[in-house]
Design a protein around this ligand. Structure first.
Ligand code: DAH
Length: 598
């Protein structure tokens, strides 16, 4: 065959450009062979296509397309002139073709229904044109027509895909359940299959989905000799969906409609769904149909206006329509998924899940706690909202004492307590000293109190809320030697084994003597550099617990002595990691670019 059979490649193609290979004229008629065609020639029970082939100075009104001597021949009335090698435009009568195609596919559906229900019947012959029937060898009762009709419409409502494929005769023999006589053995043959029903040789054109048939309206069973004829009719649609799409909306009134209106809506929806390019478009179509003001929703609402005698029939049609469209939407959605899957590239690195972690201050607190626990300290925690008495008075700073000014304290606006005074937000962890003594009553005491502290200060080196860790040891014979040993241990464990500490005399009300503790600079090793003050970095306060403080805690200063120190968590954290954070407040910002670095 010289002609490329485009009707097999795209069964929905309505126009095509082709070249005239040969033209045979007689009277006002002509036979034309093209290099490719969309005109389906008669065969397999399907009538041939009609239409027009237009050239530069004439056209052929195609009345019939046939296969003659192995070639597709377009036969019709010639108006004007067409010549060999001329490029022409083909247009098929689409309404006729689509009706034929639907009728043809419907025949296969009826056959699948019959074969499923009555496997003993042997198909002999079929016609899917003006007369549409299938002839079987066997016998069947009239009653069967209802069951066949039901089964066939069920296949339509399932909206199953109809697949076609070219195979060799040998393969066809292996796969097809039924083989007609006289099949040529040397050339590729076409098979078709509806959903998972049986594979059947077929040369006609097929719709893509069974739903396009809409409905088989009638089945008639007649027996003649040893044969049974099953005649069928399909629901007619006035025009093909695509033609009527444009003006459909304005025509249908949801308060009064008939079955044609529903069928139109269905056809339009089917065309839209099959043409949807992505999920977004599909979702819009779904909303247009089934949304609150959707077409199907409105049709359902309008059922009460349908005359009583038609209501049942229309109701069935609506439900079938609904089922078909819902199924189609789902199928199309799944097909997007499948297509998307095709693009899956297993070599693309996966998306890493963000895993959170403890805040850097929490990390430092945990570390500090474990360093002290190793030498017998016990972690303590005391109220963040504290009495003035524990924060100041018990620490040898009576009301109005000028030393209090150093702690820019937040006071809580509530009634004063006659014994403990006002309420404050703990300005330092030293407030835990007296509480710990009161709790344990009898030394030895080894406390590490790590807690939040609050002061009315905010600048690049202060935040209103920060953390301190307060160490306190009380026992018999505790001296500065023990303090120095503890500080060295902490410095070397937390910062590194080469680090040293030194005590610088200072003044605190709650310690006597009091010191500022310095630690040797990790960068210059105590020699002196830009970062440190002549080789040393300031850490925080310490000293021997003042006898008045011991007394306030109920500890006998004559028998016991103790040391204490209180440093900033944020400060040691920054010193340990060599972090040059330009502003401490950054530590408490929610900025993940900062936080994820730790
Ligand atoms: N509480 C003091 C402050 O916040 C620090 C301090 C100094 C704590 C000396 C102590 C100490 O335990 O002995 O500035």
């Amino acid at each position: 065959m010289q002609t490329k059979q485009i009707y097999y490649e795209d069964e929905y193609k309505k126009t095509l450009e082709a070249k005239v290979i040969s033209i045979e004229k007689y009277d006002s008629m002509a036979n034309i062979i093209l290099d490719q065609t969309i005109f389906y020639p008669e065969g397999g029970g399907q009538p041939s296509d009609q239409g027009v082939i237009r050239g530069k100075s004439g056209s052929l009104e195609v009345q019939q397309t046939i296969i003659k001597n192995g070639e597709v021949v377009h036969i019709g009335r010639l108006v004007g002139n067409l010549v060999e090698n001329e490029v022409v435009e083909c247009n098929i009568d689409w309404d006729r073709r689509y009706k034929n195609m639907r009728t043809h596919s419907a025949g296969h559906i009826v056959n699948d229904a019959v074969q499923t229900l009555f496997p003993a019947l042997i198909p002999v012959e079929a016609e899917h044109g003006k007369k549409s029937f299938i002839k079987y060898q066997g016998n069947l009762s009239q009653i069967s027509s209802t069951i066949i009709l039901e089964k066939a419409n069920e296949i339509i409502n399932e909206n199953l895909p109809i697949k076609t494929e070219f195979v060799s005769f040998d393969e066809l023999k292996k796969r097809a359940t039924w083989i007609p006589e006289n099949l040529p053995k040397s050339k590729p043959l076409r098979i078709m299959q509806i959903g998972n029903y049986s594979i059947i040789p077929d040369g006609g054109t097929q719709v893509k989905k069974t739903g396009e048939i809409i409905r088989i309206s009638e089945i008639n069973v007649t027996n003649k000799d040893i044969y049974v004829y099953i005649h069928y009719k399909i629901e007619s649609i006035p025009e093909h969906p695509e033609v009527e799409n444009k003006n459909l909306d304005s025509n249908i009134s949801y308060s009064s409609y008939n079955s044609n209106d529903i069928i139109n809506t269905k056809n339009q929806a089917i065309a839209q769904i099959s043409g949807a390019k992505d999920n977004e478009e599909l979702e819009q179509i779904r909303i247009d149909l089934f949304g609150r003001n959707g077409k199907i929703t409105n049709i359902l609402k309008g059922i009460k206006n349908v005359p009583q005698d038609q209501r049942q029939q229309i109701g069935i049609l609506i439900n079938e329509t609904k089922k078909t469209l819902e199924g189609m939407l789902l199928d199309q959605k799944n097909s997007f998924k499948e297509n998307a899957r095709e693009w899956f590239d297993p070599t693309i690195p996966g998306i890493k899940k963000e895993v959170g972690h403890a805040h850097l201050v929490t990390q430092a607190i945990n570390q500090i706690q474990s360093v002290f626990e190793r030498i017998g300290f016990r972690r303590a925690r005391y109220p963040e909202v504290e009495w003035d008495w524990f924060a100041f008075e018990a620490l040898n700073m009576p009301k109005g004492h000028p030393a209090r000014d150093e702690w820019e304290t937040f006071f809580v606006n509530n009634p004063e307590n006659s014994r403990f005074g006002k309420m404050v937000l703990t300005p330092h962890t030293s407030s835990g000293q007296v509480r710990e003594m009161q709790r344990l009553k009898v030394p030895p005491i080894r406390m590490i109190n790590i807690a939040k502290c609050y002061r009315r200060q905010s600048d690049i080196s202060h935040v209103q809320m920060f953390h301190q860790f307060e160490g306190m040891v009380i026992d018999e014979n505790i001296s500065i030697v023990n303090l120095k040993g503890t500080l060295d241990y902490f410095a070397q464990t937390f910062f590194g084994s080469t680090r040293k500490t030194r005590l610088r005399p200072y003044h605190f009300q709650f310690t006597e003597p009091s010191f500022e503790i310095d630690i040797s600079c990790g960068i210059c090793n105590g020699v002196g550099c830009k970062v440190c003050k002549a080789g040393w970095l300031e850490m925080g306060g310490a000293g021997m617990v003042h006898p008045n403080v011991l007394k306030a805690g109920g500890v006998n200063p004559k028998k016991y002595s103790g040391f204490a120190f209180g440093w900033g968590v944020e400060r040691v954290l920054m010193m340990q990691s060599g972090l040059a954070i330009p502003d401490v407040r950054m530590i408490y910002s929610p900025d993940l670019r900062f936080l994820t670095q730790f």
